[in-house]
Design a binder for this molecule. Structure first.
Ligand SMILES: Cc1cc2nc3c(=O)[nH]c(=O)nc-3n(C[C@H](O)[C@H](O)[C@H](O)COP(=O)(O)O)c2cc1C
Length: 211
């Protein structure tokens, strides 16, 4: 595990293929990147591609018999940053309302790490009052945003809705990522096991960390 652990959520946008480049750039900067894909994201980029560039297992299912532990809480604790790029209008709506019906949204609710969102969508989807309301609400809750920018969209418009430049997303992610809580726990594990009782460990994590 790296000291800079990023959980990268990839959602069902046409820009999802750019996630491979994002993984590559983050890794070049010394980050460990674990990708979590929504079901729809897998329509746009193959999990195998992200597995190859991240050199890590790709997580897609909330309910998995492959992992004996609880994946969403483990990844939530492991993350020094949760980055969602690209983020669909759909996932913005779910997060703004505290919904947790898949692996990615469960991780976002369960994490104490900062969350950075890079939306990408059709200009009218972005300007829709529902989306604008969701973005506003998420900002108020402390989520960070980058983009969308003005640029060529798959639907033919040259307008706002374009995924921010991958290099800029990577740079901001590097500024926001915190030392991985889980990584530091692994390093300090023998000491913690001896000195901190289980109930105390729960209490230690209880206060909501400021994003
Ligand atoms: C070709 C195609 C491109 C799409 N691109 C986007 C997009 O860029 N942004 C977006 O918000 N939704 C886009 N959608 C719609 C989403 O895929 C859809 O809302 C989906 O339910 C999102 O699921 P998710 O948020 O769980 O990944 C696209 C759909 C299609 C068929």
């Amino acid at each position: 595990m790296s000291a800079k652990e990023i959980v990268l959520g990839v959602t069902g946008s046409i820009g999802a293929y750019k996630a491979a480049d994002l993984v590559r750039r983050l890794r070049e900067q010394g980050c460990g990147v674990t990708c979590v894909m929504t079901k729809e994201a897998q329509q746009f980029v193959a999990p195998l591609t992200l597995q190859a560039v991240s050199e890590r297992k790709i997580y897609t299912d909330l309910f998995s018999l492959e992992d004996p532990h609880i994946v969403h809480t483990q990844l939530a604790d492991q993350a020094g940053l949760v980055l969602i790029a690209p983020a669909t209008a759909n996932v913005l709506g779910k997060l703004a309302n505290g919904l947790a019906d898949d692996l990615l949204t469960c991780i976002v609710l369960a994490t104490k790490a900062p969350v950075l969102i890079a939306p990408a969508m059709n200009v009218h989807m972005y300007h829709h009052p529902a989306t604008q309301q969701n973005v506003k609400r998420l900002r108020q809750m402390g989520y960070k945003f980058i983009g969308p920018t003005v640029g060529p969209l798959a639907c033919g418009y040259d307008a706002v809705g374009h995924l921010a430049e991958i290099e800029e997303i990577a740079q901001l992610a590097l500024r926001l990522v915190r030392p991985s809580h889980a990584a530091s726990q692994v390093a300090a594990a023998p000491m913690i096991k001896r000195s901190v009782a289980p109930a105390r460990r729960v209490l230690k994590h209880s206060p909501r960390r400021k994003r």
